[in-house]
Write a protein that binds this ligand. Sequence first.
Ligand code: MIC
Ligand code: SF4
Length: 641
Amino acid sequence: MGKTLAYKIIEGHLTDGEMSPGSEITIRVDQTLTQDSTGTMVYLQLEAMEAEKVKTELSVAYVDHNTLQNGFENADDHAFIESVAKRHGVIFSKPGNGICHQLHLENYGIPGKTLLGSDSHTPTGGGLGMIAIGAGGLDVAVAMAQGRYTFALPRVLNVELSGRLRPWASAKDVILRVLEILTVKGGVGKIIEYTGEGVTALSVTDRATITNMGAELGATASIFPSDENTRAYLKSQGRENDYVPLAADADAVYDERIAVNLSELAPLAAKPHSPDNVSGVAEIGPIKVDQVAIGSCTNSSYADLMKVAAILRGRSVHPEVSLVVSPGSSRILSKLAANGALADMINAGARVIENACGPCIGMGQSPKSGAVSLRTFNRNFKGRSGTADAQVYLVSPETAAISAVKGVLTDGMASGEALPEIQAEYLPPVTSFLVYPDGSGKSGTAVAMGPNIKPFPRNEPLPGELTVTVALKAGDNITTDDIMPSDSRLLPFRSNVPYLADYCFEKIDPGFAARCKAVGPCAVVGGGNYGQGSSREHAALAPLHLGVRMVLAKSFARIHRSNLINSGILPLLFADPEDYSRLAEGHVLALRDAPGQILRESLRVENTSTGEVYELLAGFSEQEKAMLLAGGKINLIRGRG
Ligand code: MIC
Ligand code: SF4
């Protein structure tokens, strides 16, 4: 029986467990990446584990999220990360170098390797034929300390691509089409593997746009084969030697299959406020646009920005539109500066800002009240732009650029304008932003701890009886942005959980934090796909600090579920989804013999306010049970509890 590419790579890295979907496996982790907004916690945890030099082949600490330095906090975090990186043999990428996923593709990604990153868009590396997985910070810290990662083996969904994209249709439209078909829940528990003759017409950066937004499907990873296009990309980055050809067997067996014909795609947009709320740009029509933002780890490659420059050349951005461009990396920006494309953008009236996440994570460039903002990013959750009533549409760079000129949402394909083809070119590396560890090891460096860096919260071992008050009842598709909002106001406090915790669920229920503090141990009730989106473990750590000990939901997003367990918070599934409607805020729930019950497949929770008893599914792996009993992963590792 033929094998999928995903399973070939995983099997080659397997250290424990069996290649049977859903079962717990452990793999060797070749590479890790962290970024600063999750990274401070990762390195605090690495320190707490008393780890020495990292056990991976390569680990990189990027700084790309919290680059606005309005006060000392972010700069202190950068210094902290740099010092710990040096101590543990981790490469440090200075702020200004670019966005972690773009930089990792350019500098370090290697086909066939495994990569674990403390950012949900780590699967971008699948564009290079890697098994690249996003995880909570603690899992990445453990991967650095031990060189391993344990997770449930996903099933593999095949997307078979045929045809060839027409001008004005782009990789973004491919993944928007897949999101339209599968929805934001459609990838949970799966790896998305792309095959078919359509693959050969997509460059590595096109593929990376697609694997990047696999995160929005809820998928564990997405992967493309490694072929001549991969070789061409690595060559363009001066790394042809890293090329390895890789593909699924011709008779590979997949668990599910969908097909997309690239030749039929026209420009698409994800409408407010979800990446799967997809329609044709032509169908949405020429709505007036106030802001256009081009960049993010999804669409900030050299080819993307060259297309944008070509569309803008000799024209002006519409007087009522603010166009902002954030290139993906120093290497890209340097090349655009050298070949004149940067001047084309500036002359057209683009605001070119730092190579960083920037507006994608609400770090500046919030649109005006009620604005329509077209963004080439990957998430359009309500309020993420920093403006609560903004209407954010996710589009391709081509659609963004032509719309910025016209002042209205524009389908370039329908406009009939010609669009130049962009050829792959050599991009000279920019190495000045990279700091390599000198090998002096742990004793060599002191850790730089700014005053805003506080210890992360620790849980207690699971008590004999767990009694909790329902502090919040939330709906479906709650994002980690809903649980722990992030913007330029709050991001500087990612190393200060006690401070952040006061803003937990702020957008949904501003009274949440105060209520938790008043009632003591508490619970959150959620609907389906609870915790989708970012990998930020702050969405578990802040609730932990506030006393949340249990989350009851209809289903959980993968990374958030792991983050809850790592923090010793019980994620429980309703056996009967109707029980969701029987629960209300203020109800007091009792889980008797908690340590005994979590060892079972299902457990019974009594609602002492109504007298009802609910069956909840536990389904924890052996390692998860041990973590929950100990009150979290760190307690387990340190042998407490
Ligand atoms: C995001 O896109 O939401 C982030 C910011 O990159 C997060 C990480 C974080 O919250 O720090 C992610 O996607 O994991
Ligand atoms: Fe940065 Fe946005 Fe990518 Fe997250 S999604 S890593 S905030 S660019």
